[in-house]
Design a protein around this ligand. Structure first.
Ligand code: HEC
Ligand code: HEC
Length: 409
């Protein structure tokens, strides 16, 4: 069935009075296709969801402090690594590497940051439930920043005491806190943490959490940029001529994306991700420890002292519904990962959680053949698309590149 004038107008404007004129004569979207295409446009992106767990999430002073921290290499074991080392603003806040390089080499690929404020779960396996809790992970990872929370609290005292105090109140006294101490550390770093009393541990944890909250306020300002695809959707929504906004090949690829490619099962909404977790049969990387994906991520987020229900969260327990109702994952979540937003995807190979697939063309071959998962069960079925159809799908994905390549914010 082809879209009726009335139905499409209602879809577009939410009102039966809008008029709909003929668009690209070649397009002929069905009702279902039109509904899906319109649902992917950036103008359908809702306002940023509030983060009740972070009282400074929308404070511009926090974003300013967070930005400084994001690019400050002093917050690393070798003085050379900042968040911005791996999350490069002019590279969609990622680094083009299969596996990231900080103080050491990570087991997974750097994720882009735009739009992650919309995601209830952070990281490929969702082991964090807020941007601020996420930010604390790399700081203490031995292969990323390689530091510890006591060291970070001291750096804040030395370099950012005023900005910190303006947002969070005066810094606690850190006089009796050793230079390095953390419950996640090894050897003397762990010993020194165990030797601290509860008041000092709590003081260090609070400064550490607040560092994450400032960084998260900055990350909330990193939003997805419009693409040629969005100009097309806007025109379609307004009942305007869409001719020339996408090529016929790109339009055909879009039809496959929302149709027989079944991509919108998981890559849906204006960010082209459902922010959930799926096993898509991506190969394991030889030589790396076994990666269980989401099946471990749920345990980790439930046990995280910096989660929404923890003592450093600003939320009321009632605000933490996602976490409260999270069930421990079983085998069905083995090797399930979060689909990244596909916005800008053509510009940031290699692909998948450890850069296992080198090119966009090879990603599409993966979907077309649906290989068996190395562990757990892949949700994919072979698509049997022709090479012409795969080329169209790839052309469509390129149309999701941001029009402006200017670094932000
Ligand atoms: C050494 C490179 C490196 C550094 C430094 C680094 N990251 Fe990452 N980032 C990664 C990798 C790799 C992942 C995915 C890791 C995983 O899933 O286990 C990631 C994931 C993320 C995500 C998750 C995005 C999503 O969609 O879930 C955010 C947000 C993020 N990093 C922000 C930061 C912040 C903030 C800092 C600084 C405090 C930082 N990163 C430091 C490499 C890095
Ligand atoms: C069953 C859910 C599901 C379906 C269906 C699906 N994807 Fe994905 N997609 C994912 C997940 C999960 C990942 C990340 C997997 C990983 O890293 O192991 C991903 C990753 C990707 C990536 C790489 C992104 C990056 O930055 O690494 C591209 C490109 C992509 N998908 C395109 C598509 C296209 C095109 C289709 C339709 C042919 C499709 N996907 C169908 C879930 C899905």
């Amino acid at each position: 069935m082809r879209a009726s004038t009335l139905l499409l107008a209602a879809l577009i404007a939410g009102s039966a009075t809008a008029t709909y004129r003929a668009i690209s004569p070649k397009t002929n979207w069905t009702d279902e296709e039109a509904r899906l295409v319109l649902s992917l446009g950036l103008s359908k992106l809702p306002p940023l969801p509030a983060d009740p767990s972070n009282a400074v999430a929308d404070d511009p002073r926090a974003a300013e402090l967070g930005k400084a921290l994001f690019f400050d290499t002093r917050f690393s074991a070798n003085g050379k690594v900042a968040c911005g080392t791996c999350h490069l603003p002019d590279r969609q806040f990622q680094d083009d590497l299969a596996r990231a390089k900080g103080v050491g080499v990570t087991a997974r690929r750097t994720m882009p940051i735009a739009g992650t404020a919309y995601s209830p779960w952070l990281f490929w396996d969702g082991r964090k439930d807020s941007q601020w809790a996420q930010a604390l992970g790399p700081l203490e990872s031995a292969v990323e920043h390689g530091t510890d929370r006591a060291f970070i609290a001291h750096l804040i005292e030395t370099h950012y005491a005023d900005q910190y105090a303006a947002l969070f109140g005066p810094l606690p006294s850190l006089a009796d806190v050793p230079n390095h101490a953390s419950p996640t550390g090894l050897g003397p770093v762990l010993d020194d943490w165990m030797a601290l009393d509860d008041t000092r541990r709590d003081a260090v944890n609070r400064v550490f959490a607040n560092v994450g909250k400032a960084i998260a306020a900055f990350e909330r300002t990193i939003t997805p940029r419009p693409s040629r695809f969005d100009a097309y959707v806007d025109a379609l929504a307004a009942g305007k001529d869409t001719v020339g906004l996408l090529s016929l090949q790109e339009e055909e690829g879009l039809r496959i994306f929302v149709g027989k490619g079944e991509c919108t099962k998981c890559h849906n909404g204006p960010l082209l991700t459902d922010n959930f977790f799926h096993n898509t049969g991506v190969a394991a990387v030889p030589g790396l420890p076994e990666d269980q994906g989401r099946s471990l991520g749920t345990d980790q987020v439930l046990a995280d002292p910096f989660n929404c229900l923890g003592p450093y969260s600003d939320a009321d327990p009632g605000d933490c519904a996602e976490l409260k109702y999270l069930a421990k994952a079983g085998h069905e979540m083995t090797r399930a990962y979060k689909p990244p937003s596909l916005r800008g995807v053509a510009g940031r190979p290699p692909y998948m959680h450890a850069g296992q697939i080198a090119t966009l063309g090879d990603v599409l071959v993966h979907y077309n053949t649906a290989p068996a998962a190395p562990d757990g069960h892949s949700e994919l079925e072979p698509l049997n698309l022709t090479s012409t159809e795969l080329a169209s799908l790839e052309a469509f994905l390129v149309s999701l590149d941001p029009i402006s390549t200017e670094a932000q914010p």
